[in-house]
Design a protein around this ligand. Structure first.
Ligand code: C2E
Ligand code: CA
Ligand code: CA
Length: 536
């Protein structure tokens, strides 16, 4: 590097000397002619003939001409060298800013462009797209890297053909591309371009006589003025993630609300582990009632997370997160252990229903874990019912059957929860050894005003009778709901009309006051009157 600078300097010096000589010769000749110096020189050389001055003059003239010619030649050579150097510099600069494979802007240059836009106080906002090819890796792996490269070039060409020079297109790396749209474009045009792009990708790419097929997913975001460029980029990236998650080969807009939700979800996931170990998630208990006789027969365990900052988080939220983050068995086991311990204080005639989520149901150690907990807490297995939903059993009836049989062998009962919401509830019932079904509350609440639900529940009741299954109706909220369910001779009921779930310490209070009239062993006694208002 240093050497080349030095040579360039020397070359410049020689070049400058030549130019100086040439210029001085060109200037000197007319001056000499004007001042008649040639005539004087002629007189002088005649006067001193013995000095051979004319030969000397000829030599000077010859030398001058030779130097002029050499200067012209050197100047040409140097001009060529300089031109090549300029081209080389341009090429180097281009390589630093562009992706050599596709010729598109590279990630570094793209970030620099974004920084420029960010720094521009007049920038009103831009639309952006993040584009990622779907299943590009198999093409690279199966067809080879040359095919992959050709495909990327083809994609870049189609992208460029669809946009104008005032849109900024870049290949960020791998099979990922990004676009900052011309500020004049609005959301409708941007969406149209995204659609056209998806369509353009559907056409095959030709590589050495083979057709390569690919699709792409596009994340769109509105980069509002004032937003930091890396935030804008990650918004487009999250939109792309949504497009991929929704099934690929589509576009999706960045959704701020969705983003807040997923951030919150990630936080909950992080806090869940501690909540399980510190016992922040507790078992609560909702009474299950004998509808005919109006006495309490047991409780369903419902998980409650009383978060110090977020308040009470619904199990509908955290059970799914616990499943996704592999914590469901730890959570389930902790809840069952605490519930059994609490239930040991109740009247021994009261049963307990416990929910097992689909992923927990598929845990190999489920049956052993339950056995261990029952032994540790000395809870009577015949008092326990395990509730599973159809989602747990639908995947593989034979392995579900094995598991249910193993539970029943210990003395545990099994119930099919949320009955009627799945699509093959009948198949589940026919093939699996359930003791009870729980009619989903969607059919029960407000049943009086919904003839369709009345027909469904009537149908479920006669089916259960035929199969000799117990039935629990969930979601009894009003006297009307209760009256209708009672008219169908449904055995058990559960719902806000009786009670919402209460904490372990409130269970004893409930049993001593509202449900003190336990008449499990006394079928002939007068039933406790049903509560006439909704429980608070
Ligand atoms: P699920 O098993 O169907 O539980 C019944 C849900 O209905 C409970 O909601 C309960 O509070 C609610 N409910 C009871 N009576 C009424 C009523 O009259 N009206 C209305 N509108 N709702 C009523 P919760 O506690 O929010 O639980 C929701 C779901 O979360 C449960 O549905 C169950 O699938 C799951 N879950 C709750 N606790 C656990 C648990 O400990 N383990 C597992 N794996 N899942 C649980
Ligand atoms: Ca349940
Ligand atoms: Ca249910």
């Amino acid at each position: 590097m240093f050497n080349s600078i030095r040579t360039t300097r020397w070359r410049n010096k020689i070049f400058n000397a030549h130019v100086a000589f040439f210029v001085s010769a060109v200037l000197t000749w007319p001056i000499m002619a004007e001042m008649e110096l040639f005539e004087e020189f002629y007189e002088f050389s005649r006067a001193h003939e013995d000095w051979d001055l004319d030969e000397l003059a000829l030599l000077v003239v010859n030398l001058t001409v030779a130097l002029i010619l050499s200067s012209i030649y050197r100047a040409r050579v140097l001009r060529k060298v300089m031109r090549e150097r300029a081209q080389e510099y341009q090429r180097a600069e281009r390589n630093a800013r562009h992706d050599p494979l596709t010729g598109l802007m590279n990630r570094r240059a793209f970030a620099a462009s974004m920084q420029e836009i960010e720094a521009d106080p007049n920038s009103a906002g831009r639309y952006m797209a993040m584009i990622d090819l779907d299943r590009f890796k198999p093409i690279n792996d199966v067809q080879g890297h040359a095919a992959g490269d050709a495909l990327l070039q083809g994609v870049a060409e189609r992208l460029e053909a669809m946009l104008t020079p005032s849109d900024t297109i870049a290949r960020l790396g791998g099979d990922e591309f990004a676009v900052i749209f011309d500020p004049k474009r609005n959301s409708a045009t941007v969406e149209r371009i995204a659609r056209r792009l998806l369509h353009a990708m559907e056409k095959p790419f030709e590589f050495q006589g083979t057709a390569l097929y690919i699709s792409c997913s596009v994340g769109l975001a509105h980069w509002v003025g004032g937003t930091c460029h890396s935030d804008a980029l990650s918004q487009a990236d999250r939109a792309l993630y949504t497009a991929k998650k929704d099934g690929r080969a589509r576009f999706a807009w960045y959704d701020a609300e969705l983003d807040t939700q997923s951030t919150e979800r990630a936080q909950i996931e992080a806090e869940l582990r501690e909540a399980i170990t510190t016992g922040q998630i507790e078992p609560w208990f909702q009474p299950i009632v004998d509808i005919e006789k109006q006495y309490i027969t047991g409780f369903e365990v419902l998980a409650r997370w009383h978060h110090p900052e977020r308040g009470t988080i619904s199990p509908a939220v955290f059970i799914e997160i616990a499943e996704d983050s592999g914590q469901i068995s730890a959570l389930g086991n902790s809840l069952l252990r605490r519930a059994c311990t609490a239930a040991n204080d109740w009247d021994a005639r009261l049963s307990m229903s416990f929910n097992v989520s689909p992923l927990q149901f598929h845990d190999r150690s489920l049956v052993d874990d339950i056995k261990t907990i029952l032994q540790e807490t000395a809870f009577d297995p015949t008092r326990l019912t395990i509730e599973v939903t159809e989602r747990s059993v639908i995947r593989d009836f034979s392995s579900a059957r094995e598991k249910l049989d193993a539970l029943k062998a210990i003395g545990i009962s099994v119930a099919l929860d949320d009955f009627g919401t799945g699509y093959s509830s009948l198949a589940s019932l026919r093939q699996l050894p359930f003791d009870r079904i729980k009619i989903d509350r969607g059919f029960v609440t407000d049943i009086g005003g919904q003839p369709q639900n009345q027909k469904i529940v009537t149908g479920i009741m006669s089916l259960a009778r035929g199969l000799e299954l117990d039935v629990t109706a969930e979601g009894i909220e009003s006297q009307q709901d209760l009256a209708f369910i009672k008219s169908l001779n449904c055995g058990l009921g559960q719902g806000f009309l009786f009670d919402k779930a209460v904490s372990a310490s409130d269970v004893s209070w409930l049993l001593e006051t509202k449900w003190s009239d336990l008449k499990v062993d006394d079928p002939d006694s007068t039933a406790t009157q049903p509560p006439d208002s909704k429980a608070g």
